[in-house]
Structures are given as structure tokens and as C-alpha cells.
Write a protein that binds this ligand. Structure first.
Ligand code: SAM
Ligand code: NAG
Length: 275
């Protein structure tokens, strides 16, 4: 069963505003894998579950054509509304049934999205679409991001507050995800039958942003959005409480203060055999 979330217009907008783009380093690793396994030319890349297209556009400089697909018209509308390279386009469609011919795709990516797909259906479809020696790249990050500010002592106390935030959201997490999506990806990795495949469990990526954006990022997660729908007052109280605690630890009064946010990425790479 595929899981349909992220479809509200406001959620799509908050998504585009706060979600972090996949890091260049990781895009680089994916392209290096494709180069090594298949080699040029890089004709078509398809980014499945592209959402607002933040990752899709990063592929544009490297391919003749890049197509982002998503089941959510609200997400695609946000993606379309941003200017993008002429060789990038978007199409509505489910990951389990995509509108491309057999063996036509050099690189198939799913960025922070594959955990929502019906895994067997998606992997079967990926196998149909990939060209011989074409590659599949699934990447995501864990929810327990870490904050750094000023010194170790303060950073440690900030992370205690963050843990409290994540724990409060845990009951609203979609049951399908389990307590950690890494396990879900590990299973997907194990069910890929291609001999050439890689599992990369941990790549920490640090970025700097105002504290407000960190809050926005956590609030864009499906668990927070579920709570927000169920009990908007409680959701807002939780955010306010966490924000107040973080500000107190930092010893500042404005949420515009910059913090470092460390995100733990993990990813799967696989190459379809020639025969
Ligand atoms: C967490 S977002 C990731 C968006 C984007 N790839 C990024 O990195 O920011 C997941 C996206 O997957 C889409 N999605 C969920 N299930 C899907 C399915 N079965 N087929 C296609 N897209 C799906 C959702 O609509 C949503 O836009
Ligand atoms: C696709 O667009 C990007 C960004 O404008 C560009 O760098 C790249 O060369 C384009 N690819 C082709 C084959 O036109």
C-alpha cells in the first residue's frame, strides 16, 4: 500500500519553505556511482516523489532531460511555480506506475520519498524503467537532527530539548514508518536483487539556519502535520514550548539567531545489470 500524505496546499508550501535540499556532496556521490557503473551519456533522470522539486533541479546540469514525478498535485504546483531549467519538467504519477517506456531511464532517484511508496511495486517499476547499467538511488535522513550553538555544553542541552520535541511527536508518526525509517530502507536494500549495490548508513551533513527554520523543518514532518490536524492548539503549544526552551538555553531572545543543524543522511545505490 502506498501512503498518501503531503497533499495539503499549506503543507506543500511549508515543505518548500523549510525542507533542506539534498546536499551537493550526496548528489555528487550518486553521479559518481552512475559514471562508474554506466558511464556517459546521461540522457534521462527521473526523480520520483519529487515534491516541490528541490532535489530534482540539482540533477539538471548533468542530464539531457530530468523529469520529477509526484502523486500530489499541490506539491507539483509548487514545483512548477519556481523557475527551472528548460530541461526539467514535472509529471503527475504514482511511483508504482510511471509514464515512461521500458529501459528508458539512466538514473532513478527518490529523495526522502521512497519510505512512502509501496516498496515491491516501486522496485518492480524501477526495474522496468532502468536502462541496462542504469542506476537507482534512494536517499533519506533521520528525524533526530542535532543542533549546535556556541559551545559543547550549550549544544548538548539544546539536543536534550530537541529529543523532547521528537519524543512528543513520536506517537503521531505514521505506523508504516516504524520508529526509524532506516530499517525500512534496509529492507528495501535487501530486496534489490542487483549484485552491484551499496548501503550507506551514515553521512552527517551540517547546515546553518535561523532557529526559526529549524522549527519549520520539524513542523514540516508528517508527524507534526498529523498532530496539527488533530489538535492545532496542542501542536502550537508544543512548538512554542520547545522554542522557548531552546531560546533560554541559547540565552538569546530572537528565533532569527543562527544555529548549526546536523542532519544524518543514509542512502542506497544500485546498478541494474546489462542482461
Ligand atoms: C517527504 S516528500 C519529499 C520531496 C522531495 N523529494 C524532497 O526531497 O524534498 C515525499 C513526496 O513523495 C510523494 N509521494 C508519496 N507517495 C508517493 C507515491 N506512491 N508515488 C509518487 N509520489 C509519492 C509525496 O506526495 C511527497 O511529495
Ligand atoms: C539542463 O539545464 C542545466 C541548467 O540550466 C544546464 O546546465 C544543462 O547543460 C542542461 N542540459 C542540457 C543537455 O541542455
Amino acid at each position: 500500500m502506498a501512503h498518501r500524505l503531503f497533499e495539503g496546499k499549506e503543507h506543500a508550501a511549508s515543505y518548500q519553505k523549510y525542507r533542506v535540499s539534498p546536499p551537493d556532496m550526496l548528489i555528487g556521490q550518486i553521479l559518481a556511482f552512475l559514471e562508474k557503473k554506466k558511464g556517459k551519456p546521461f540522457s534521462l533522470a527521473v526523480d520520483v516523489g519529487c515534491g516541490s522539486g528541490q532535489g530534482t533541479v540539482l540533477l539538471a546540469p548533468h542530464f539531457d532531460q530530468v523529469v520529477g514525478t509526484d502523486i500530489s498535485p499541490a506539491q507539483l504546483e509548487v514545483a512548477q511555480s519556481h523557475g527551472h531549467a528548460p530541461n526539467v519538467s514535472y509529471r503527475e504519477g504514482a511511483a508504482e506506475e510511471m509514464p515512461f517506456p521500458d529501459s528508458s531511464v539512466d538514473l532513478l532517484t527518490a529523495m526522502t520519498a521512497a519510505h512512502w511508496f509501496d516498496a515491491p511495486g516501486f522496485l518492480r517499476e524501477a526495474d522496468r524503467l532502468l536502462s541496462p547499467r542504469g542506476c537507482l538511488a534512494l536517499l533519506s535522513y533521520t528525524m533526530d537532527m542535532e543542533l549546535q550553538y556556541a559551545d559543547d555544553h550549550r549544544s548538548q542541552r539544546l539536543n536534550e530539548v530537541c529529543k523532547e520535541f521528537y519524543a512528543a511527536l513520536l506517537p503521531y508518526r505514521n505506523a508504516h514508518l516504524g520508529s526509524c525509517s532506516v530499517t525500512l530502507y534496509k529492507h528495501m536494500y535487501e530486496s534489490i536483487l542487483y549484485p552491484e549495490k551499496e548501503w550507506n548508513e551514515c553521512l552527517w551533513v551540517k547546515s546553518h539556519m535561523p532557529l526559526r527554520s529549524y522549527m519549520g523543518l520539524v513542523e514540516s514532518f508528517s508527524s507534526y502535520q498529523t498532530l496539527l490536524k488533530k489538535d492545532p492548539e496542542q501542536a502550537k503549544r508544543l512548538s512554542q514550548d520547545i522554542m522557548d526552551k531552546l531560546l533560554a538555553v541559547m540565552g538569546v531572545s530572537t528565533a532569527e539567531t543562527e544555529v548549526a543543524v546536523a542532519v544524518k543522511y543514509f542512502y542506497v545505490l544500485a546498478c541494474k545489470p546489462a542482461e
